[in-house]
Design a protein around this ligand. Structure first.
Ligand SMILES: Nc1ncnc2c1ncn2[C@@H]1O[C@H](COP(=O)(O)OP(=O)(O)O)[C@@H](O)[C@H]1O
Ligand SMILES: [Mg+2]
Length: 274
């Protein structure tokens, strides 16, 4: 077994096979929104991957985005980041379009999407996020801000190592620091614990729990990790091409569909190649 087994459900069954209705639990009270997704549809080669997605994230809320492999979770995150253009619908970040709103967003990508042979140091990676370009030299104030972010994620002692020498958990701490250094209003996290050993995973979940406790940083976390959901989620959105459920975790986890995940029955979801 790989150390991803805790994150990786194996077999797919339809969670809503008996009925097609959308399960709505307690939704956020009306107030300022950091993320507003309205009627978003995305097609790839004529195939609908996201179908009329509508939800929002209030300022400071931590939303877990769940769903089987191929549900469109990563595509939705890419649309929020402005990397995929919806065929219909709109996405705003603090009222701005996704291009202008990008500076409000901190992104922690799936680890497999990184070139792990990267010769750079964690300090350079974090300063680059601060500057929006690769640093040629690092000024004292830039170094201090970057080191503060690395300290915040427990990665201070890694600052001068090389990215390619870091473990999965260490790499994710650096990427969390990189995402936090610009003081984002919205964190986007795509399976940050996948490919991380058990000890490293617990530490990342605790860091995400701190973000969840913050009233100024909102987050959208894609994860299959039940501990991460239980510890961090203020609200859960269950996606399978369309929105299938949206509400508080304790409400949805009693649904037949989600209780399968809740008790750790990973047969409820598909082996995630992510
Ligand atoms: N760039 C792309 N071109 C064509 N199909 C894509 C592309 N990206 C994703 N898909 C397809 O869209 C569907 C949703 O993928 P994805 O968003 O990665 O799902 P998830 O992250 O929930 O596993 C899958 O069927 C996938 O094969
Ligand atoms: Mg994905």
């Amino acid at each position: 077994m790989t150390d991803e087994s805790d994150d990786a459900p194996r077999h797919r069954v339809s969670m809503f096979e008996a009925d097609d209705e959308v399960v709505l639990g307690t939704l956020p009270v009306d107030g300022p929104r950091v993320l507003d997704v309205r009627g978003v549809t995305v097609q790839f080669g004529g195939r609908t991957v996201l179908d009329d997605i509508t939800f929002h994230v209030p300022v400071g809320e931590f939303l877990c985005l769940c769903g089987p492999n191929g549900a469109g979770k990563s595509t939705l995150l890419k649309a929020i980041l402005g990397l995929v253009r919806p065929d219909t619908g709109s996405i705003t970040i603090t009222g701005l379009d996704t291009v202008r709103g990008r500076s409000k967003v901190g992104y922690v990508p799936q680890r497999k999407n990184f070139d792990l042979d990267f010769p750079a140091s964690p300090l350079e990676v974090v300063v680059a996020a601060l500057l929006g370009r690769w640093p040629l030299g690092i000024r004292a104030d830039e170094r201090e801000r970057a080191m503060a972010a690395l300290r915040r994620t427990g990665a201070e002692l890694l600052a001068h190592r090389r990215m390619r020498d870091l473990s999965g958990g260490e790499t994710q701490r650096v990427f969390l620091a990189r995402a936090l250094v610009t003081n984002p209003e919205l964190m986007i996290l795509d399976e940050p614990t996948a490919g991380v050993d058990v000890g490293g995973r617990a530490a990342i979940i605790e860091l995400m729990a701190e973000i969840s406790a913050s009233e100024t940083i909102a987050a959208v976390l894609v994860t299959h990790n039940m501990k991460a959901i239980a510890r961090c989620a203020e609200r859960v959105l269950y996606l399978d091409k369309s929105v299938r459920a949206w509400g508080l975790w304790h409400e949805l986890s009693t649904e037949r569909a989600l209780s399968a995940i809740h008790v750790g029955d990973h047969r409820a979801m598909h082996m995630d190649g992510d």
